[in-house]
Design a protein around this ligand. Structure first.
Ligand code: FE2
Ligand code: FE2
Length: 284
């Protein structure tokens, strides 16, 4: 099977995960400038489980309002449309892709921990560098490896082949994909994101996070996700580890120089934020 055949097969799979309906609706609505707080609250009110999760989120240590926000419309006023949209999309996606039975034998919680860590780190990089909206970077980080989930769910043999090669040849997952199978998680993830009608910049950030190309839509978003992934992979396990700048695309090194130079100073604080985000998004 070549990459084209695999992506075609992906299109034909019935029951291929869709972006959960409510997230899709909220996503569409926020592309429309006329959306009012009222309209958005009305949609959310139809999903009480979502409402209580969002209220729990805005009142959590993550945002720091500590029990002061009691309604969705208040949450939108305080945090803004984008933050609420991103919270809804994040919660829906994690919920849709967390069933332990489907991912039998694969630690899906570890997968989401990595994704949440990249999301929080991307948000931090965006805030400090001021080169992108922090909210969009959070979503990009959360979704960057989504192709892996599809690989596990629908192409298990290919996935196992990659895992074996990671162990035996001591390679990164991406290197093993390149040498062992005809398609990789960035191609699958990009394909899926397009199907979900996510913004073009987000599709490209998922598609090229291991292979930065200056010609993409929204290069700054891509560079932030690319760098955050490498920071998390380096510092996640060992806070004293040294970043290898040669792994990072030179344009990204230039643009994010200030943040890269001081990473060991700020990462400990960011890892506390990662912990609190994991608590919210992953605790059942
Ligand atoms: Fe990746
Ligand atoms: Fe990753």
């Amino acid at each position: 099977m070549d990459a084209k055949t695999i992506l075609k097969k992906l299109d034909r799979i019935e029951g291929l995960p869709t972006l959960p309906a409510i997230a899709m609706e909220v996503n569409q609505m926020l592309l429309d400038y006329d959306t009012s707080i009222n309209k958005l609250s009305k949609i959310l009110v139809n999903d009480q489980a979502m409402v209580s999760k969002i209220l729990k989120l805005v009142n959590s240590a993550f945002f720091g309002f500590r029990g002061k926000i009691s309604s969705i419309s208040h949450a939108i006023v305080v945090l803004g449309f984008n933050t609420i949209r991103n919270a809804v999309v994040s919660v829906s996606i994690i919920d849709a892709f967390s069933s332990e039975e489907i991912f039998d034998g694969f630690d899906i919680t570890e997968f989401w921990k990595h994704s949440v860590a990249v999301a929080v780190t991307s948000k931090h990089l965006a805030e400090k560098s001021k080169i992108h909206s922090a909210d969009d970077c959070f979503i990009g980080g959360l979704l960057h490896d989504i192709g892996k989930v599809i690989l596990i769910q629908y192409f298990k043999e290919l996935f196992q082949k990659v895992c074996l090669s990671v162990k035996v040849n001591n390679q990164s997952f991406y290197e093993a994909e390149k040498s062992e199978i005809p398609v990789d998680h960035t191609q699958i993830g990009g394909h899926l994101a397009k199907k979900w009608q996510l913004p073009a910049g987000l599709v490209d950030a998922i598609r090229y996070h291991h292979d930065v190309r200056p010609s993409v839509n929204d290069l700054n978003l891509l560079m932030i996700i690319h760098v955050a992934d490498i920071i998390v992979n380096t510092h996640g396990a060992d806070s004293k580890a040294k970043l290898k700048l040669s792994d990072i695309h030179p344009d990204a090194v230039k643009v994010l120089r200030g943040q890269l130079g001081t990473v060991s100073d700020w990462y400990p604080e960011v890892s506390l934020e990662i912990e609190s985000a994991c608590k919210f998004f992953l605790e059942k």
